[in-house]
Write a protein of this length. Structure first.
Length: 292
């Protein structure tokens, strides 16, 4: 017998790797993250089985994330299999490798991409990412446009004193109608804890131009309407981004797998605790090991 969700769960964010080709200051320590063996990470067949079970239960949208999903070997064939599940398939990427993969991702069934990009200043980009090149991301954005991976959504973490002078530059990227910009509040999770007091602030969405918006999980928590689960690269389901609670579903099959997904969904908290530097996220993982 299969249980049922006690709230609608329609969205599964799937971290296919916790490796990344950038070391962003608010999500990864300076030393990087601990390397894992291949056996520690879900195989493609396992990811497909879990996503198929979720789709059978009513999930209609799957987001492929990382780390950086495009560093995973075989990412295009994996997306092609996920694209056969009859769900909306999207991806969040930092864009560094997107110029190489954009056409293949579109052919594999990915409908659109979100690109994490916090600055349009090349020197500032290198500083924030500890050595990344902005030009690679900009080429990825153009390749995504040509491939039809749109609307492209640029996710920029709003950082006081770091990128708060660039909003007009970001607005210019929206003028051709193919791109939207979303400013996201910095969260006190992982490396973001150390930056939070100095760099956190929120924007008033009503003052932003068209095709620009704000995601404000701190000042305007949307927990009561949250319809998502997160699957980590090592096979844990996280009912809530900021909870320490995780459910190991690796190795489960059939109805046992489906009931485990439902049990995880049914344990979603009604509200995460108010997040501040004195009361940071309870998650035992930083964002680089959860997925954007």
């Amino acid at each position: 017998m299969i249980d049922t969700f006690n709230r609608a769960i329609t969205y599964l964010r799937v971290s296919v790797t916790d490796r990344c080709n950038l070391r962003c200051r608010y999500c990864m320590p300076d030393s990087g993250i601990e390397r894992r063996g291949h056996s520690d990470i879900l195989r493609s067949e396992e990811i497909i089985e879990i996503c198929a079970a979720a789709a059978d239960l009513g999930v209609t949208k799957i987001r492929v994330t990382g780390g950086e999903p495009l560093v995973r070997k075989g990412i295009v064939p994996l997306c092609a299999e996920l694209g056969k599940l009859g769900v909306e398939l999207v991806m969040t990427t930092n864009g560094i490798l997107l110029a190489q993969y954009a056409d293949e991702l579109k052919q594999a069934g990915v409908s659109r991409v979100n690109i994490s990009l916090d600055t349009l200043n090349p020197e500032r980009f290198r500083e924030l990412t500890r050595g990344g090149e902005l030009s690679s991301v900009l080429r990825g954005i153009e390749a995504a446009k040509r491939a039809g991976l749109s609307p492209i959504k640029l996710n920029a973490v709003a950082l006081r004193g770091i990128n708060d002078d660039e909003f007009e530059k970001f607005r210019e990227l929206t003028l051709d109608g193919t791109t939207e910009v979303r400013f996201i509040e910095l969260m006190p999770i992982g490396e973001g804890k150390a930056l939070w007091d100095k760099s956190f602030y929120t924007l008033d969405a009503e003052t932003l131009p068209e095709r620009m918006s704000v995601i404000a999980p701190i000042s305007h928590a949307f927990c009561p309407t949250c319809n998502r689960l997160r699957l980590t690269a090592d096979g844990k389901l996280k009912p809530c981004l900021h909870s320490a609670e995780e459910y190991n579903i690796r190795g489960l099959h059939g109805n046992e797998l489906k009931n485990a997904i439902i049990n995880a969904a049914n344990s979603k908290p009604k509200q995460h605790a108010g997040l501040t530097s004195d009361n940071p996220s309870e998650s035992r993982r930083g964002m680089s090991r959860i997925g954007g």
